[in-house]
Design a protein around this ligand. Structure first.
Ligand code: BGC
Length: 469
C-alpha cells in the first residue's frame, strides 16, 4: 500500500456549507481559551512596574530604577529574577503543550468550513488580544489602589478567564474529525450537518473518513512527522512559531510599562501607554479577521512584515538619538517619547494583522490528520520556548545591546519576511484534507513529495484548483 495522504476531492469543488449560528457560537466559546493566555501575557509587565510590588519582592530592582535619569536607563530593570517572574509561566506551558497539543486553534480549524477557516480561527488571537487589553486596563486601575495591594487584585483576577474556559470546555461538542476517529460515524455525520447547515455533507464526510483511515495506519505520529514527505509541515511547525516570537512582540506585550518608564514616562503614563498598545492590538486583529480569507495569508504576512521592519528601525534610531550608547538622558520631552510610542503602535498593529493570528492559523491548517497532534505539539512547544526565551533575556539584552536590540529584531523580521515570500504557499480556502496538493505544486517543497504520496479523487480538477498555489 502506498503510504501517503489520501484525498478524495469529490469532483474538484469546495465542500458545501455556510456559516451557521451553531458553528459561530461554538467557535466563540472555544476561542475564549485565548483570554487566559492573553491575560497572563498582559498582566506581568504592569505588575512589575508597580513600586509596591517591586519594593516588596525585588528591592534591588526597586532601588536601581529609582536612580535619576542621568544613569544608564537601558539597565534600570536588568534582573534575571525579575524576568523569571514573567518567563516561568511559559516553561509550564511548554511542558503541558506536549500533553495537550493545544487544543484551541486545531479545534477551530476542524470546525470551520474551509472558506471561513481564517476568520473563525483568528477568534483565538482576538481573545488573546482582548485578554491583554483587559490586563492592561486592570493594571491601570489597580496601580492607583491606596495601600499598595493593587497587584494582588491584578494577579488574582486571572481566575476569571480560567473559569470561563473551564465552563466553556464542558459545553463544547466534539469535532466531526474527532468523532470519526473514535468510531462515532453517525454522530459525526449529524455534527457535520449541524455545523455546515446542509444535508449535503457526503463529500466532506468521505474526505474525513479517508483521512482518518490513513491516520489509523500510522502508529507513531512522532517518528512519522520526520519522514521526508512531511518536511514542509515540520519546517513550518518549527519556524513559524520561532519567527513569531523573534518579531519581538512580547518585548512590548510583557514589558511595555517597563519600557515606557525606561524612555522617560512616569508610572501612570507608562501604564496608560500600555493601554494604548493593548487597544491597537485588538483593533489590528479585526483587520486580519476581515481580510484573511479574501487577501490570503501571504499578503498579510508580507505587508505586516514590511511595516514591522520599518517601525523597528525607526524606534531603534529614535532611542539611539536620545539615549546613545551611555543610556543617560536628561531631556526626553513628552513629544519625543510620544513619537516613539506612535511607532511602537505601528509595529504592534502590523503584528496584529500578520504574525499574531497567522502564527496560529497557518500551523493549525497544514497538518494532515496522521501528524496533526505531533505537529501541533511541536508548534506550541516551540512558541512557548521562544516566548520564555525572549521574556527571560530581554531586559538583560536591552542592558547590553541597548538600542541595537531593536535592530536585531528588525534583522529577524527581514529574514522571516523573505522566508514567507519564498517558502510559504498560499493556504487560503484549501480544505485541510487537500493541503498536500499545495506543497506538491510548490517550486521548492514539491521535491519532498512523490506522486505516490498524493491520492486524489479527481486529479485534473484538483490540478486546476491548485495551479496558483
Ligand atoms: C503570540 C503571543 C503574543 C500575542 C500578542 C500571540 O499570537 O503567540 O506571544 O503575546 O500574540 O497579541
Amino acid at each position: 500500500m502506498a503510504v501517503g495522504v489520501i484525498v478524495s476531492t469529490g469532483g474538484g469543488k469546495q465542500h458545501p456549507g455556510k456559516m451557521t449560528p451553531f458553528v459561530f457560537l461554538t467557535c466563540l466559546v472555544a476561542s475564549s481559551g485565548g483570554l487566559i493566555f492573553g491575560y497572563d501575557i498582559g498582566i506581568s509587565g504592569g505588575v512589575t512596574s508597580m513600586d509596591s510590588f517591586l519594593s516588596r519582592f525585588f528591592p534591588s530592582v526597586y532601588k536601581q530604577q529609582m536612580a535619576d535619569s542621568s544613569t544608564n536607563q537601558y539597565c534600570k530593570f536588568d534582573s534575571l529574577l525579575l524576568t523569571l517572574f514573567t518567563s516561568s509561566l511559559y516553561v509550564a506551558a511548554l511542558l503541558s503543550s506536549f500533553l495537550a497539543s493545544t487544543a484551541v486553534p486545531v479545534y477551530l480549524s476542524e470546525m470551520a468550513p474551509a472558506f471561513l477557516r481564517g476568520t473563525l480561527n483568528i477568534g483565538f488571537q482576538l481573545m488573546i488580544t482582548v485578554g491583554i487589553l483587559a490586563a492592561n486596563l486592570i493594571n491601570y486601575g489597580t496601580a492607583s489602589i491606596k495601600g499598595g495591594w493593587g497587584w494582588r487584585v491584578s494577579l488574582g483576577l486571572a481566575a476569571v478567564p480560567a473559569l470561563i474556559i473551564t465552563i466553556g470546555s464542558l459545553v463544547l461538542p466534539d469535532t466531526p474529525n474527532s468523532l470519526i476517529e473514535r468510531g462515532h460515524d453517525e454522530e459525526a455525520k449529524a455534527m457535520l450537518r449541524k455545523i455546515r447547515g446542509t444535508e449535503d455533507i457526503r463529500a466532506e464526510y468521505d474526505d474525513l473518513v479517508a483521512a482518518s483511515d490513513e491516520a489509523k495506519s500510522v502508529h507513531h505520529p512522532w517518528s512519522n512527522i520526520l519522514q521526508r514527505k512531511y518536511r514542509p509541515q515540520l519546517t513550518m511547525a518549527i519556524l513559524i512559531p520561532c519567527f513569531q516570537q523573534l518579531t519581538g512582540i512580547n518585548v512590548i506585550m510583557f514589558y511595555a510599562p517597563v519600557l515606557f518608564k525606561t524612555i522617560g514616562f512616569g508610572s501612570e503614563a507608562s501604564l496608560a501607554s500600555a493601554v494604548i498598545t493593548g487597544t491597537v492590538i485588538v483593533l489590528g486583529t479585526f483587520v486580519s479577521i476581515a481580510t484573511v480569507d479574501k487577501l490570503g495569508r501571504r499578503a498579510l504576512f508580507l505587508q505586516g512584515g514590511t511595516q514591522m521592519l520599518i517601525s523597528q528601525l525607526v524606534v531603534g534610531t529614535l532611542i539611539a538619538l536620545k539615549f546613545g550608547i551611555s543610556g543617560a538622558a536628561t531631556d526626553v520631552s513628552k513629544n519625543y517619547a510620544s513619537i516613539i510610542v506612535l511607532f511602537i503602535c505601528f509595529f504592534v498593529a502590523a503584528f496584529a494583522w500578520s504574525w499574531g493570528p497567522l502564527g496560529w492559523l497557518v500551523p493549525s491548517e497544514i497538518f494532515p490528520l496522521e501528524i496533526r497532534s505531533a505537529g501541533q505539539s511541536i508548534n506550541v512547544s516551540v512558541n512557548m520556548f521562544f516566548t520564555f526565551f525572549i521574556a527571560q533575556v530581554f531586559l538583560t539584552a536591552l542592558c547590553h545591546l541597548k538600542f541595537g536590540l531593536f535592530y536585531v529584531f528588525a534583522g529577524w523580521v527581514a529574514i522571516m519576511t523573505a522566508f514567507i515570500a519564498f517558502f510559504l504557499p498560499e493556504t487560503k480556502s484549501v480544505p485541510i484534507e487537500e493541503m498536500v496538493l499545495v506543497w506538491r505544486k510548490h517550486w521548492f517543497w514539491s521535491k519532498f513529495i512523490s506522486d505516490e504520496d498524493v491520492h486524489v479523487g479527481n486529479p485534473e480538477a484538483a490540478d486546476d484548483r491548485f495551479k496558483d498555489a
